[in-house]
Design a protein around this ligand. Sequence first.
Ligand SMILES: Nc1ncnc2c1ncn2[C@@H]1O[C@H](COP(=O)(O)OP(=O)(O)OP(=O)(O)O)[C@@H](O)[C@H]1O
Length: 242
Amino acid sequence: MILSVEIAEKRFGGRSILGPLAFTLDAGEILAIVGPSGCGKTTLLRIVGGLDPNYRGTVRWHGSAAPRMGTVFQAPRLLPWRTVRQNLDLVRPPGGDAAARDRLLERLGLAAARDAFASELSLGMARRLALARALVVEPDLVLLDEPFVSLDEAAAATARQVLLDAWRARPAAMLLVTHDLGEAASLADRILLLSRDPARVIDTVSVPAPLRRAGGPPALDLANTIRRRLGGPPAPHFLAGG
Ligand SMILES: Nc1ncnc2c1ncn2[C@@H]1O[C@H](COP(=O)(O)OP(=O)(O)OP(=O)(O)O)[C@@H](O)[C@H]1O
């Protein structure tokens, strides 16, 4: 176990948003977090990332040193007055691999824009750059909040593959928030299913070995099993990966 999260309660104003809930993450494990819109997934990720200290509970990293963290939050949060390359170089570890940075830009379709200012990027480009920035950190822990939203399907498929390739080269622990069960099943080892009002863990689903981190569309029966646990109807379109 590399990360343990125990949240007794998180409130906004008078409202209880999260908890009690608990989960752990093994080193190199990809855990997807799925739940209804507005249930508190982003709030949970912000707590794990140390961006919201106002909760009752504990978030503990069990590594020997504090983790290097790569994050993709819903807003890309780039430095608009810096170029694409500069946005990456600011977080690249000393002695980090400039060729790896350039390969990431190439694969994410950003090589031609490498000297453009971040303010000049489209939202889809900015989100791809945010993913590159999370990976160029050489992270121990990656926090991803709907990282492929606002990419067209081809760009999203490439970005998922880039994420998996980065994981294979350096298996960081990852928390992936997504509303897309297909995406969760094609990227993760396990899927945490959350309820809402307040968010609690309904169930944890292990992704079967042949699908796990395969990056392809998931089997319909797995997506439907998960949907049933969430109380929803079967959805044939999950065959197409979401
Ligand atoms: N800063 C805030 N102040 C008050 N309430 C907030 C704040 N941030 C989030 N909330 C509320 O907390 C709840 C959980 O929000 P959160 O964004 O974590 O959900 P989510 O599951 O990530 O949503 P989505 O799937 O739509 O992205 C929502 O009801 C939201 O309105």
